[in-house]
Design a binder for this molecule. Sequence first.
Ligand SMILES: [Zn+2]
Length: 215
Amino acid sequence: MDLLCTCRRCWGRASVNGSPCPTCAGSGKVPDPFLSDFFRYSEVTGTALRSIANDPDDLTLERMRRHLRDLVDPLRVGLGVPLYCTSGYRSPGPRGLDFAVSGPPFDVRPSAHSDGTATDLYPGSPRTILDAVRWILAHESALAWDQVIVEGGCVHVASAAPRTYGEWVQRRHVLVRVRSAEWDAWERTRVGVEPARYGYETYRDDDDRQRSRTV
Ligand SMILES: [Zn+2]
C-alpha cells in the first residue's frame, strides 16, 4: 500500500478557489509512491513555500522518474551515502515555484527544475558534495547529464537542458557558485576539472544568473 503525503496542489487545504481540490479530490492527501529506487514523490516535490501549487503533470512526472532513475539513483549507489533532496520539481510560470525561488531573470528562461530534469542534493557534507561531482565526471560517458552545479549547501544535478532551449540537450557543464576567492581556489583544486573539456566556469552571485543562463 502506498503511503500518503500532503497534496502538492492545495497543500492540505483540500480546496482550491472554493472548490474541492482537483488533484486530491478534496482529501488534502495524495499517494506518495517511489518514483525511483530511492526517491519518493514527496521528497522531490516538497517546498517550504506552501502557498504555491507544485504538483507535476504526468509528462513531467515521467521525466522526473527518468532523471532520478538514470542519474540520481546511480549517484546514490556510487556515493553510498543518503542524498537529501533540497529542491526537486518546481512548478513553471510566473506564479510557479521556480520563479518564486529563482526570481528574475529566470521568468524568461525557466530552470531545469520546472521540467522535472534537475534536483538539488545534499549528500551530508561539503566534502561529499565534491565527491558527487567527481563521481559524475568519472562515470560521465555512462550517464545522461547536462549540468552539475556546486552550490553553497548542495549540488545541483540536471539530466537535460530545459525545453525552452529549443531541444533537449546535454551540455556537460560543471559550474561552481563562487562565494569568495578562497572558495574558488578550493573548488578548482579539489574538483580538478579541466576547463576546456567540461565547460567549467565559475560565477559570482552578482552576475551568476545571467551567466548561468547564457552558457
Ligand atoms: Zn489537494
